[in-house]
Design a protein around this ligand. Structure first.
Ligand code: MHF
Ligand code: KIV
Ligand code: MG
Length: 265
């Protein structure tokens, strides 16, 4: 694995102020192109339940589904860190979580696993860390709990919620998390989280001050049924798909994406 991006690489990128670029890929053709265009972290996310399977949430996605896509993606990558989501109900206790993380890594070839939640996941993150499983946390809007949240909405606008998010993030870091995704978080709160954490923050709808950005590929080439405020179609001006992905990579690195239009305040 020479020159492969690892959790150490992205932490170094944070300390040097180099932006981390992440994008989803769910099949081998896209994985190859996304890797070739210089995306640092390829996410095999449970949003595949929406963009690949046509469900209206990520709730129906199984561990086998993630493995199916991750197995297609990872062998086509040469440089990117391949991250896979633990789907809903696959990590309700540390033993279940580590068993499913092992499947994502061994059957799915993933290099790091991601799970949603704060406080409730501390024992699980600690257990996985102790056993050498790289972990990315995911806080803010956690789509797996959409039926509790009551919709895909910005999180952390109230003082109490913002304080809770900050303490969750620090506790996840202490538990061993290697990175954290911040989804649909107001710009100022995401900036504060990014400054207070040593581990990298990867934002989606969380402003340009995060250490990195992530988008769902289908959103950034304009073919998904959703048009979240934080997304932007880069497939325009006669560009092909590889060029659109390159434009996204460049825009994250030169801070031209996201603009205020893609942010919550
Ligand atoms: N195609 C796709 N893109 C995604 O970013 C994505 C998925 N699927 N599936 C899993 C979750 C769900 N996500 C979503 C979906 C919709 C909104 C959305 O439409 N939000 C509104 C309201 C925000 C607010 O005002 O609070 C928006 O205008 O963006 C946000 C996140 C993010 N993830
Ligand atoms: C929206 C990103 C961060 C994700 O978790 C997914 O695509 O599943
Ligand atoms: Mg996800």
């Amino acid at each position: 694995m020479p020159n492969r991006v690892t959790v150490r690489t992205i932490r170094e990128m944070k300390s040097k102020g180099e932006k981390i670029v992440s994008l989803t890929a769910y099949d081998s053709s896209f994985a190859r192109v996304v890797d070739e265009q210089g995306v640092d972290v390829i996410l095999v996310g449970d949003s595949l339940g929406m963009v690949m399977q046509g469900h209206d949430s990520t709730v129906p996605v199984s561990v086998d589904d993630i493995i199916y896509h991750s197995r297609a993606v990872e062998p086509q990558t040469k440089r990117a860190l391949v991250m896979a989501d633990l789907p809903f109900m696959s990590y309700t206790n540390p033993d279940q979580a580590i068993g499913n993380a092992a499947r994502l890594m061994q059957e799915g070839r993933a290099h790091i696993v991601k799970l949603e939640g704060g406080e409730a996941q501390l024992d699980t993150v600690r257990h996985m860390t102790r056993h050498g499983v790289p972990v990315c946390a995911h806080i803010g809007l956690t789509p797996q709990t959409v039926h509790k949240l009551g919709g895909y909405r910005v999180q952390g606008r109230e003082d109490d919620a913002a304080k809770q998010m900050l303490s969750d993030a620090l506790a996840l870091q202490d538990a061993g998390a290697d990175a954290v995704v911040l989804e649909c978080v107001p710009v100022d709160l995401a900036q504060q989280l990014t400054e207070e954490l040593e581990i990298p923050t990867i934002g989606i709808g969380a402003g340009r001050n995060c250490d990195g950005q992530v988008l769902v590929l289908q959103d950034m080439i304009g073919i998904s049924s959703l048009a979240p405020k934080f997304s932007l179609n880069f497939l325009k001006d006669g560009r092909g798909i590889p060029e659109a992905i390159k434009a996204y990579v460049d825009a994250v690195r030169d801070l031209s994406f996201p603009t205020d239009d893609q942010c919550f305040f």
